[in-house]
Write a protein that binds this ligand. Structure first.
Ligand SMILES: [Zn+2]
Length: 309
């Protein structure tokens, strides 16, 4: 894993700092932070409106892999410690952080350990994903099941209604404005982060036509694969389906050359990212209606800092 720069969006930072174990200044430097400040996006169009926030302390200490420290920082209710190559979980179990296997691209998706989730770096500097760069598509199923639930019924029990005033997409391409909530997980405070996204989106009427939701929780495998979709965990929402683009309309082969397409305004993406959600439109294998609560991916993102602009 190679983390050149540690950055974090403001909302993620606030969520993570509530419970984060503090580390020494030396420890934070060890995580390759290059600046005492980090630049965070604010809702904007494609301009680089930014605001600086102090760098959050990383949990753990410098003897631990940076990815493990990030997981300790952003998922403090579940990931309690890192010892002898393992993540120590709140239920008393442990998870091997790095299985040591060399993996192909597809294996990184199908058989991800926690370390593999950082195999790609989410690049906030570019709106065009790099070839085979899919930061966030690798999910360690064992870790996510421990947090969000092991089965459809376990995940369901942790879902709560979040206000979503932009309606639900109908099968005929319209919007049902009478449906004003969406079920989302309360695990890791993901519902609270989604509420903050809604509050900001409400201030932008020009974006509302893109925001009809097509649901959040579905316990199901990824199309064309055996692994579970992020929708199985209840921390992912699809919006604006009629404007969406999906890589599989070009090829079902993960190794094929895919031409990038997107019809969503970047202003929507920036609001979601501010609160810890990654966007499927930043993947080489894009899925542009897809937003997923993954604060660890944003904490590890590549971003231009204000001093470099
Ligand atoms: Zn989706």
């Amino acid at each position: 894993m190679n983390i050149n720069r540690l950055n974090i969006a403001a909302g993620v930072l606030l969520a993570a700092m509530c419970c984060a174990v503090t580390c020494t200044t030396t420890g934070c430097k060890q995580a390759n932070a290059t600046s005492s400040e980090v630049t965070t996006h604010v809702a904007s169009n494609d301009t680089s409106a930014t605001t600086s926030q102090p760098l959050p302390p990383l949990a753990g200490d410098e003897s631990m892999p940076t990815g493990a420290r990030i997981l300790l920082t952003v998922y403090p209710d579940y990931v309690k410690d890192y010892k002898d190559g393992k993540l120590m979980m709140s239920d008393g179990t442990s998870l091997t952080y790095d299985d040591g296997k060399k993996k192909s691209f597809v294996e990184l998706l199908d058989d991800a350990d926690p370390e593999d989730m950082f195999a790609f770096t989410y690049d906030l500097n570019s709106w065009t994903p790099g070839k085979m760069q899919d930061a966030g598509r690798s999910r360690c199923e064992a870790l996510f099941k421990k947090m969000y639930g092991e089965s459809a019924s376990q995940v369901s029990r942790k879902l709560v209604a979040v206000r979503w005033p932009f309606g639900q997409a109908t099968n005929s391409g319209g919007v049902n404005k009478n449906i004003k909530t969406v079920k989302f997980t309360s695990v890791n405070g993901a519902n609270k982060q989604l509420e903050k996204v809604v509050a900001e989106l409400e201030k932008h009427p020009e974006l509302h036509k893109y925001l009809a939701q097509s649901g959040a929780f579905y316990w199901r495998p990824v199309r064309g694969a055996k692994r579970l979709s992020a929708h199985s965990y209840g921390m992912t929402i699809d919006i604006g389906v009629k404007f969406s683009d999906y890589w599989r309309t070009q090829s079902t082969n993960e190794n094929a050359n895919i031409a990038y397409r997107n019809k969503y305004p970047h202003a929507i993406v920036e609001i979601f990212e501010k609160y810890g959600f990654i966007w499927g439109g930043r993947w080489y294998h894009y899925d542009t209606m897809h937003f997923e609560y993954r604060p660890e991916i944003l904490m590890n993102a590549k971003r231009v800092t204000s001093s470099e602009l």
